[in-house]
Design a protein around this ligand. Structure first.
Ligand SMILES: NC(=O)c1ccc[n+]([C@@H]2O[C@H](COP(=O)([O-])OP(=O)(O)OC[C@H]3O[C@@H](n4cnc5c(N)ncnc54)[C@H](OP(=O)(O)O)[C@@H]3O)[C@@H](O)[C@H]2O)c1
Length: 210
């Protein structure tokens, strides 16, 4: 799949690594092209591009910026109408121990409101960058879960294909509105990882008794 990653931070770099290992055609972009280039050069076949050119051919665009910059970042790559956008953001307070919005909306819904017609899917927001960087497999048959919420089957199918190609298990978490649940779940994960000292090699999942 042709996938563009916006953002050259912890999550952006981890996506570029794992997407390229999974055989996707990956382009990475950042506000400073040098940051995108430094990630791209570490992975054969990955391209770095300026925002204006980065998503021309993309089927999927992953926005890996802080929530507050997500709309700017998405607008900087041009027309998104024929693409699936994966929103991985969490609307965190400055100390990472709380959410700035919730209950009656979510980061995903707020982004979607500003970008009408864009096929936006919430996914990967409960996966720590350190986990993503190692791929979706904890070993012993245990796969890390990616929860996927969105309003279009096509968008969720593409997000599922992206996640599974990197070794993750997936759970369809319903419509985009359910990002209201996924973002607090990420908040709990961050608390457990950093606040309670479990570290960043943890991930939430769901159990079902057959
Ligand atoms: N880290 C995690 O474990 C984790 C897990 C799940 C979800 N998330 C979410 O994933 C997102 C990224 O997290 P992160 O840890 O990767 O953050 P990060 O390391 O701070 O990286 C954020 C990146 O976004 C870039 N950026 C900011 N505004 C931009 C814009 N307008 N256009 C293009 N790039 C822009 C920054 O570029 P500059 O260097 O130019 O500032 C930086 O490279 C956040 O929303 C976070 O809540 C993080």
């Amino acid at each position: 799949m042709k996938i563009t990653v916006i953002g050259a931070g912890n999550m952006g770099a981890a996506f570029v690594k794992q997407l390229s290992l999974a055989g996707h055609q990956v382009t990475v972009t950042a506000r400073e092209i040098a940051k995108a280039e430094s990630i791209a050069t570490a992975h054969p076949g990955v391209n770095a591009a300026s925002p204006a050119l980065a998503a021309d051919q993309a089927e999927v665009v992953i926005v890996a910026t802080p929530y507050e910059e997500a709309v700017n970042a998405l607008q900087s790559v041009g027309d998104l109408q024929d693409k699936v956008v994966i929103d991985i953001t969490n609307p965190l307070t400055p100390n990472y121990m709380g959410l700035t919005i919730g209950h009656e909306t979510s980061a995903a819904e707020e982004i979607a409101k500003v970008l009408p017609g864009v096929n936006l899917v919430k996914a990967f927001n409960t996966v720590f960058a350190q986990v993503l960087a190692e791929g979706g497999d904890f070993g012993d048959g245990r796969k890390v879960t990616v929860f996927i919420a969105g309003d279009s089957d096509d968008g969720k199918d593409k997000a599922r294909a992206v996640a599974e190609s990197m070794g993750f298990a997936t759970i369809d978490a319903g419509g985009l509105k359910n990002a209201r649940y996924l973002e607090p779940l990420a908040g709990l994960n961050i608390y457990l990882g950093y606040g309670a000292g479990l570290g960043t090699h943890i991930a939430p999942t769901w159990m079902q008794d057959a």
